[in-house]
Design a protein around this ligand. Sequence first.
Ligand SMILES: O=C(O)C1=C[C@@H](OP(=O)(O)O)[C@@H](O)[C@H](O)C1
Ligand SMILES: C=C(OP(=O)(O)O)C(=O)O
Length: 443
Amino acid sequence: MTPPVDPQPAAPTPWTAPQAQVPLNATVDIPGSKSETNRALVLAALATEPSVIIGGLDARDTRLMRDALRALGVAITEEGDRWRVEPPAEFTAAGWIDCGLAGTVMRFVPPLAALADGPTEFDGDAAARTRPMAGLLQGLQAAGAEIEDGPELPFTIHGRPDLPGGVATIDARASSQFVSGLLLAGARMVGGLDLRHEADGSVPSRPNIDMTVQMLRDRGVRVDDSEPDRWVVSPGPISGGEFVIEPDLANAAPFLAAAALTGGSVTVPRWPAHSNQPGAAITDLLALVGADVSQDGDRLTVTGTDTIQSVDVDLHDASELTPVIAVLAAFGDHTSHLHGVAHIRGHETDRLAALEEDLNGVGAKVDQTEDGLTIHPKLLRSNRWLTYADHRMATAGALLGLMIDDIELDDVDCVSKTMPGFVDLWNGMLADSVAHEEGAGQA
Ligand SMILES: O=C(O)C1=C[C@@H](OP(=O)(O)O)[C@@H](O)[C@H](O)C1
Ligand SMILES: C=C(OP(=O)(O)O)C(=O)O
């Protein structure tokens, strides 16, 4: 089947990040988690009965996921923030699936296509074609799928509803999503899946794998993860039900970091008591830079002090937070070292190169190391901030712009990947802070 011709990319939307005129004082309601939403959709598609997903994230990555699942025969009806998902008895081969730049689509949907009777071709944005896929395809082949082309996008999966499964040994150093994608579909394979990671180095973003395992167990699937680097999923039915999605804690990070940076205070409601989102680590990281972090029921508040302390941190498990932490480090009192994140060279863009380039452009002195960044804070100045189609580069640029005049992002629209309402939320946070200051002045 011929893929639809990719439309001309829309003209980039430049955006000058607003400076904070007063210390921040605001409450920001953060939309649902991308990682949980796309797992909930995939599991609902694999289930034996309908599901309702409440509070799912409505953004490009989750729209691409919904479109992909519909192409495989899943019925999804959206009524406000309640999405009803009706799984088909068997997936239909989809013809062609657009992954955009979404790691969760390119790594979680091919295992579903491997259960369909026929071929499905996968492709995505130009930048998606450089993202690593080999570990996932290695696992699917071991489970019995036939794959044409690859090892990056584009490739075609020739599926079969009686996919054998069994033992699959992969190298998942490049992305935890290889493990998650295979585990999500494992219970639907005839023999289940005995997945092993074998390589000279560890799997990044472990909390995301814990999230996968927990969400499978919540739906009645047996998963044994008692041995390191081995996950055994028993074959069996996946149940449906009603599932509520947590706010996206990685997307909360720039808002909370804004409080730390401006010496203000930002509250995020609905903060989960326990979460497998790697973004949950933002509270410990902000405490490390010297901010005060407190929780009142489910309301999490970060209050900044007058310095940002330098850090020496391993972000292997929470690499999504690297751009925000790198920007904070550029304001630190000494040199900071971020490490454990070699794999983020394969994220939406090469994030180590992008952060080095952009932060040096505003006057910091930043060097890439083999697995991270060394950041020497300097007096910063205005400059263009290139986003490289990466939502986290955009939100990190906005954070920097709170403190430096005239930081112009070349294209802010890339936030639509996981937070299309970002600019409104950011401006709202600033406007509420000004209103609070004026109210305090009059009292
Ligand atoms: O499974 C997931 O939902 C994710 C896993 C992580 O990917 P990597 O393991 O490739 O870092 C994370 O960075 C990404 O934003 C979301
Ligand atoms: C790495 C990320 O995304 P993806 O799900 O596309 O891998 C991210 O959101 O930081």
